[in-house]
Design a protein around this ligand. Structure first.
Ligand SMILES: [Zn+2]
Length: 273
């Protein structure tokens, strides 16, 4: 029997652009010759992207980008190291959806790859929503634990607060088929609950939305992450699993912080098929 998928179209959403020291993404240690001769640190400009999946059985939104008032609502030290460098009205989730013909109320599922600052920004739109909010249980417990011990790291407490009492559906284990053709693959590695989203379209293409298990494509070559590394063993296992999946025909990685992302793939309202 042929594999059944209900995925019609996939849209790539441009939520914002941020910048950060390259050391967050890829290890960049100085050498003995450079000791005592500091050189300028390299920075990377990266988009924050999400996806909208149009499925026979509902609309699935993956990740919620950056809060429109990030400069005000993020802890000051977070904005200092990850400044938002581009955010216009067009980047608001409502307007990203509107360009495709949808509203936030139309969303049936919100999936989080993880709960860091650049993935939860529009959570306030789903506080009282009918949408099922799906994420790995380890991510929710870790975010709450981090906030409660006063070490929120890259979690924004006011974004996470929006999820209190929301229509949450945390899942456990390594795999959840959300809908036919949409698979959530837990990997950890970056944060304890980091999850990839695999989407197989009716046109026969498979897109793997990596979340931040890969920040920049160069990571796939060097197989190393910078200061944003969580658990090394989970991380390397995740990379090997991703690379194995990418060996399959017509299977493509969507790396949400890839600076070349919108050169490689069209952004909404143009779909991927
Ligand atoms: Zn991110």
């Amino acid at each position: 029997m042929p594999y059944h998928t209900g995925v019609k179209r996939v849209f790539l959403l441009e939520y914002a652009w941020l910048a950060g020291d390259m050391g967050w993404f890829v290890p960049t240690p100085s050498t003995a010759e450079e000791r005592g001769k500091p050189k300028p640190r390299e920075w990377a400009d990266v988009p924050a992207a999400g996806i909208l999946v149009e499925h026979d059985d509902g609309l699935v939104l993956v990740d919620l980008g950056v809060h429109p008032e990030a400069r005000e609502v993020w802890p000051k030290e977070l904005f200092a190291v990850f400044p938002v460098t581009k955010f216009t009205d067009e980047n608001r989730l409502e307007n990203q959806l509107k360009a495709i013909g949808y509203k936030p109320e139309d969303i049936d599922y919100v999936v989080f790859t993880h709960l860091h600052l650049d993935h939860t920004g529009h959570a306030y739109l789903f506080r009282d929503s009918k949408a099922a909010i799906v994420l790995h249980k380890k991510e929710l417990t870790h975010a709450l634990y981090s906030i409660w011990i006063g070490r929120p790291g890259a979690y924004v407490p006011s974004d996470i607060e929006q999820l209190r009492g929301a229509n949450l559906h945390p899942f456990e284990g390594a795999h959840l088929e959300l809908l036919p053709g949409i698979d959530l693959i837990w990997v950890g590695g970056h944060t304890p609950g980091s999850t990839m989203v695999k989407v197989e379209t009716k046109a026969g293409n498979t897109y793997i939305f990596t979340g931040d298990i890969v920040h920049l494509p160069i990571e796939l070559e060097v197989e190393a992450k910078g200061w944003l590394l969580g658990d090394y063993e989970e991380y390397i296992t995740a990379l090997k699993k991703l690379k194995l999946l990418l060996k399959r025909p017509r299977t493509y990685a969507i790396i949400p912080h890839d600076p070349e992302l919108f050169k490689k793939y069209p952004k909404a309202p143009k779909p991927l098929e």
